[in-house]
Design a protein around this ligand. Structure first.
Ligand SMILES: NC(=O)c1ccc[n+]([C@@H]2O[C@H](COP(=O)([O-])OP(=O)(O)OC[C@H]3O[C@@H](n4cnc5c(N)ncnc54)[C@H](OP(=O)(O)O)[C@@H]3O)[C@@H](O)[C@H]2O)c1
Length: 249
């Protein structure tokens, strides 16, 4: 089934981490519109996640909620199993979207800041992928989509621990694509400046629109479209799609 068929994900079940709001919410809605059942993971944003689930139901879709702090490795390792229990079936799409984006340069980043960002942004996607692969049903497609950042391909000196975690996620995407083939395809989206941080902290400077080759900021819907493209292209794995209006160039 292809994307031309709007409901090309009917019979599939997705877990989206950090899916309650912002880009995660748009990914949840896009998956539901394409026919998938969606398990929405949240941590602090329970109300937002409930509103996102209600939005899915308005679309005629099925959504379930699950919470958990992905900084805790036991929580990350158990999340796919709990999500499957919640929706009553195996998952076959995992979207690693949850992330911590904290300022700090190489000179000032603390051990705690380092550990938190490696734990949520890199270790959790690994533990989730491991558990996801274990719980798959006997046959059918299976996909992991990692939400990455253009900084993973072209690191700067800002947001130091975050950037290193996303460089690691780029490696994880490629290694998992080999390790989990042929059963699971693993791809990533490398985003440019889609949404500024909710609470901008020191060190965040949004690239001016005029500096982007396409002179437009990528939107959450652009990110969702790229995710659906990857989910509908069965010969693609280990691939990075930049959704950045050409910023990587
Ligand atoms: N925004 C952009 O322009 C941009 C640019 C480049 C890359 N990206 C990437 O795209 C993805 C989505 O971006 P975004 O800006 O929408 O993300 P975000 O708002 O910074 O974070 C998404 C969610 O991550 C969850 N999260 C944070 N810490 C967690 C923890 N300890 N345990 C569990 N969940 C936790 C939060 O869920 P709760 O709110 O429920 O706590 C949060 O809502 C991220 O992976 C990000 O790195 C975004």
């Amino acid at each position: 089934m292809t994307r031309e068929n709007r409901k090309f994900l009917t019979d599939r079940t997705a877990l989206v981490t950090g899916g309650g709001k912002r880009i995660g919410r748009t990914l949840v809605s896009a998956l539901a519109r394409a026919g998938a059942t969606v398990v929405i993971h949240h941590h602090a944003s329970r109300d937002d996640a409930q509103a996102t689930a209600a939005g899915v139901e308005v679309l005629g879709g099925r959504a379930f909620l699950i919470d958990g702090d992905l900084a805790d490795p036991r929580v990350a390792a158990a999340l796919c199993g709990r999500a499957g229990d919640r929706c009553g079936g195996a998952l076959d799409i995992l979207v690693n979207n949850a992330s911590v984006f904290a300022p700090g340069d190489a000179a000032t980043t603390t051990c705690e800041e380092w550990d938190l960002q490696q734990a949520v942004n890199l270790r959790a996607p690994f533990l989730l992928a491991q558990a996801f692969a274990r719980q798959l049903a006997a046959d059918g497609p299976a996909d992991i989509i990692n939400l990455n950042d253009g900084r993973a391909l072209r690191p700067g000196a800002d947001h130091f621990a975050y950037t290193v975690s996303k460089v690691g996620l780029h490696g994880l995407t490629r290694s998992l694509a080999l390790a989990l083939a042929p059963r699971v395809r693993v791809n990533e989206l490398a985003l440019g400046a889609v949404l500024p941080p909710e609470v901008p902290k020191g060190g965040y400077v949004r690239t001016p629109r005029e500096a982007l080759p396409l002179r437009r900021f990528p939107t959450p819907d652009d990110v969702a479209d790229a995710m659906l493209f990857l989910l509908s292209t069965p010969a693609v794995t280990g691939q990075t799609v930049s959704v950045d209006s050409g910023q990587h160039l």
